[in-house]
Design a protein around this ligand. Structure first.
Ligand code: AKG
Ligand code: FE2
Length: 296
């Protein structure tokens, strides 16, 4: 009898978990589109269908290179200005929390949720070194604020997500993620505290897995039973994020794309940032999109 390798064993377990949960098979709808082909028949319906089927869709060339460059330049300037550690949030941050205006020192959740506070936070375990810039628009020029607006709430995204389910969607504060040489980070998870959608725009080329792409397990957004099984395992093992490690690996995709690409993602599905190699950096503009049910 052939002995199973660890990889084989995990593959068998992944499939067994899906069968136990009665998952839908992976759909073959394409999940990569090109904004430059938006005038072609079926473009918008294609993007919409992909998002429904997979909970994930990539639209390349969504932001032009000059606009990406402008945002990058201003973000880098802002980062260089906030080099004074102010406060540490024990649960989610290491000791480097930089905020504006400088006399307010909120914690992670407050910066995430509070409109008007631009905050730069460096995360602690399990995302050591991960930099969040909350309310990034507050640090930008009027021209760049407009770029942020026109690629989020002012773009085609509201039309794509309207009728997605019974929730009403509203754009929350824009954020920016920066990861540099982050070999380790949180594993596969869903967003427990934040069950909504996110739209990401890459501000760096993320063309190989070494760049630490955003990664997604297609179709897992709809698999409530599978998510519940995973949650139980995560709770029992003391995982501090919302564990969603077990799914058929055939579903796993990496968003590999040049700067300017848009990724639309349902955060109820299994996702993670991939491991990054030394010397690689990744900037992402992030739109949080909240789902309201009956106005709540
Ligand atoms: O791309 C990453 O680094 C992880 C992002 C993530 O988990 C999220 O935005 O919810
Ligand atoms: Fe997440």
């Amino acid at each position: 009898m052939r002995t199973l390798s660890t990889d084989d064993l995990f593959e068998v377990m992944d499939i067994a978990f899906e069968e136990m949960a009665g998952c839908e098979p992976l759909k073959d709808t394409p999940y990569v589109y090109d904004w430059e082909r938006r005038a072609e028949n079926g473009f918008f319906m294609g993007v919409k269908q992909a998002f429904l089927d997979h909970g994930f869709v990539v639209v390349e060339n969504f932001m032009t290179e000059d606009k990406v460059a402008k945002l990058r330049e201003e973000v880098d300037t802002a980062l260089a200005e906030y080099d004074e550690p102010i406060n540490g949030d024990k649960e989610f941050s290491d000791e480097r929390v930089f905020i504006s205006p400088k006399n307010i020192a909120p914690g992670y959740a407050e910066m995430r949720d509070k409109e008007g506070v631009a905050g730069i936070n460096v995360r602690a375990v399990p995302d050591v070194g991960f930099i969040d810039i909350f309310n990034v628009h507050r640090l930008l020029s009027e021209e760049s604020k407009e770029i942020v607006e026109e690629h989020g709430p002012g773009s085609f995204i509201p039309a794509i997500i309207s009728g997605y389910d019974d929730r009403e969607w509203c754009f929350d504060n824009p954020n920016l993620y920066l990861r540099r040489s982050m070999g380790d980070c949180a594993g596969w998870h869903y967003d427990r505290a934040y069950g909504g959608l996110k739209a990401f725009v890459y501000l760096t080329d993320v063309e190989t897995v070494d760049d630490g792409p955003y990664s997604y397990a297609l179709g897992t957004h709809k698999e409530e039973k599978l998510r519940a099984i995973n949650k139980k395992i995560g709770d029992r093992t003391g995982c501090i994020y919302a564990f969603y490690e077990f799914f058929n690996r055939a579903r796993r995709v990496h968003a590999l794309a040049k700067k300017g690409a848009l990724i639309l993602s349902d955060q109820a599905g299994a996702h993670r940032g991939w491991y990054q190699e030394q010397g690689h950096e990744r900037y992402i503009l992030v739109y949080m999109i909240d789902g309201l049910k009956n106005g709540k």
